[in-house]
Design a protein around this ligand. Sequence first.
Ligand code: SF4
Length: 179
Amino acid sequence: MTTLIKVGVSACLLGERVRYDGGHMHDPTITDTLGRLFTFHPVCPEVECGMPIPREPMRLEGDPASPRLMTRQSRIDKTDQMLSYCNQKVQDLEKADICGFIFKKDSPSSGLYRVKVFNPEDGALREAGRGLFADAFARHFPQMPVEEAERLNDTSIRENFIERVFAFRLWRDSLDTRP
Ligand code: SF4
């Protein structure tokens, strides 16, 4: 029997109804194509840090290098709640045996690249941020292959991600078998 490699995934991409509006963002490229190679470990940082479904949408605000996570209308700062969760979650994920992570694009929690950051002073949106959980994950696991789901529709990017996940697995297995 072959044991499939485990990869972390933003839970909404697997069809879990965890989004702010109670919906999901099921991505068949992940479940159908990559699902032949990997098993998945779902993570929804917003729900896991204690936010309800549905919930008020949020966005990143302020300095793109150190943004705040704010609710859009009521303007409640959720940054500390999320960062406290992230600090514990990355420790827990060390024991989850995952060899990569696929993130949901554009999310202020899970987006990996060019997430919009609102500047309250001039009202501008800059595509310069990273979701707070994605950032904590990438900092804690600098060697772990990571990618955004949408980019995996590109065959060459997908194949590159698969190769990196298998290479990571081999590398970690080699560390485990060292005398
Ligand atoms: S926090 Fe991440 S996993 Fe949860 S709904 Fe938003 S994008 Fe999906």
